[in-house]
Ligand binder design. Structure first.
Ligand code: A2P
Length: 279
């Protein structure tokens, strides 16, 4: 069929596992998101990650190029035609120093082997689901927040996102605003899905309506008071955690204090954890 401007961009693979970038958005000088074509054969569960990357510079001796690959959570839901990723920009990061310059039409490498523990299968049934994110740890939840099963399986879904500065909340805030007014999503996820969804953003180094690390706000009880919900209990609550290493360790300890146990794909329990990507 003739190619017209109205047609979506199609992948023209020249690299092995190449996918074509279809959209790029820069959120702050440290953060950006992008979308790319999805391999037809790629099936994944919302919340999983894949290895993505770019070809490195030629070796000065041999002239050979090797791919630079890193684990990235897929930020789009499993039903989406395209794939979305949310990334930090590290000035001397081997991958992100290059990846931050990608444009629509460029190719990235994507190994089509999705894995990860932030999946519904790794949790036992519960009433309330907590997503705890810091920084780019929001990415797997951007997928799960658009996954119908999230609202089918739980009465209440609470996402907390802690960042240093207000600007770093923008990707998540915009995503939640968009899914709340998306009629197609309402059809897909049930009319009252957005009544189940609660959003609790906090900052630590810039003034905002709610300040502080989520871990401190849990210890003080602020988060439960602010949301007017009962404290976390193993009978009712399930949690998924994704952030920097120190945060993951601290929140694990807290969740264990509440009586939740860490689960896995092979052994579902009350919470699961994964490290957010850092270059
Ligand atoms: P803080 O500014 O107090 O360090 P980063 O950008 O370094 O990955 O951090 C993202 C967010 O995670 C920041 O708001 C940071 O707060 C917070 N954070 C870092 N370590 C912890 C921790 N151990 N527990 C809770 N929050 C943390």
């Amino acid at each position: 069929s003739p190619v017209t401007d109205a047609q979506p961009i199609k992948a023209v693979p020249t690299l092995p596992d190449a996918q074509t970038v279809t959209f790029v958005q820069h959120w702050t000088d440290r953060l950006f998101s992008f979308r790319c074509t999805r391999p037809q054969s790629l099936r994944f569960r919302s919340g999983e990650f894949v290895m993505i990357g770019l070809m490195g510079d030629p070796d000065p001796k041999t002239g050979k190029q090797k791919p630079i690959l890193r684990a990235y959570s897929i930020a789009s839901p499993s039903w989406d035609e395209e794939l979305e990723f949310y990334s930090i920009k590290v000035p001397d990061g081997p991958l992100t120093s290059k990846l931050q310059n990608i444009k629509v039409g460029d190719e990235i490498i994507l190994r089509p082997k999705p894995v990860g523990t932030l999946v519904h299968d790794a949790l036992l049934p519960g009433k309330r689901l907590w997503f705890f994110a810091t920084g780019t740890g929001f990415a797997p939840f951007a997928s799960l927040l658009r996954e119908p099963q999230t609202y089918e399986d739980y009465d209440e879904v609470i996402i907390t996102h802690t960042c240093r500065e207000v600007g770093e909340l923008a990707y998540g805030a915009k995503l939640i605003e968009n899914i709340r007014k998306d009629e197609l999503l309402a059809e897909l996820m049930g009319e009252d899905f957005h009544k189940k969804l609660r959003y609790y953003p906090t900052t630590t180094r810039e003034q905002s309506p709610k300040m502080g690390r989520i871990t401190d706000l849990m210890r003080s009880g602020d988060v439960f008071r602010d949301l007017d919900v009962a404290p976390i209990a193993p009978e009712t609550d399930r949690a998924m955690v994704c952030g920097n290493l120190a945060f993951n360790l601290e929140i694990k300890e807290l969740l264990e204090e509440y009586g939740l146990r860490e689960g896995a794909n092979s052994e579902p329990k009350e919470y699961v954890v994964e490290k957010a990507f850092v270059d």
